[in-house]
Design a protein around this ligand. Sequence first.
Ligand SMILES: Nc1ncnc2c1ncn2[C@@H]1O[C@H](COP(=O)(O)OP(=O)(O)OP(=O)(O)O)[C@@H](O)[C@H]1O
Ligand SMILES: [Mg+2]
Length: 230
Amino acid sequence: MTDPVLSISHAHLSLDGNAGRVDILHDISLEVASGETLGLVGPSGSGKSSLLMLMGGLEQATSGTITALGQDLTAMNEDQLALFRRDHMGVVFQSFHLIPTMTALENVATPLELAGAKDAFARAAAELEAVGLGNRMDHYPNQMSGGEQQRVALARASAPRPKILLADEPTGNLDETNGAAIINLLFDLRDRHGATLILVTHANELAARCDRVIRLRDGRIDSPVAKAAE
Ligand SMILES: Nc1ncnc2c1ncn2[C@@H]1O[C@H](COP(=O)(O)OP(=O)(O)OP(=O)(O)O)[C@@H](O)[C@H]1O
Ligand SMILES: [Mg+2]
């Protein structure tokens, strides 16, 4: 493999909750190549979202190393991680994390403005059109359905054309038509802009389009999943 875009070596994650210490991820090692699409599957609670958070530097590994675009995320502080994400990564959270006091348009325009784009609002409007939300630009998150919020979150993450896009169940709240449109949008980001995609999904049709699928079970990599059609 040429230099991987993302490399995880012997990562462990434990979190201290009120019920004591919980071991969430155990000895995770994997590499993702440039332009690859990796699917993460596994039962609820198996650690998919937690692994995505580690990959985005949003959760600190208890031990092990995580390297993205040649940079060691485990050696960065919060500010450095925030800058790294701004410049290189898009993240779509399972619970969207839209800014409640901003309209859909403002939510999508903000990362573009932070990246210094002069036409941030025009580009944000085009991104919202692309996810079928041209008629919801001035709505606040609490005035939108779950699936609409999910599409705003995806537009926001993909608008700056990140090299790495991490998305947690990006079609989880969508009907078939909107789900298919979002899948096309994701793969367009890969095909036209060379993005590396890491997608958590329960949807077979999305997993089937990934180049490779990894299954988690109880916080461990269970097995690479053989692709059904091959
Ligand atoms: N902050 C936390 N403190 C303690 N335990 C946590 C915390 N966050 C997650 N967990 C536990 O870690 C495990 C993995 O959670 P995670 O959210 O990664 O699962 P998941 O595979 O994404 O599940 P789902 O498909 O339901 O989204 C779960 O058992 C969860 O209860
Ligand atoms: Mg999850």
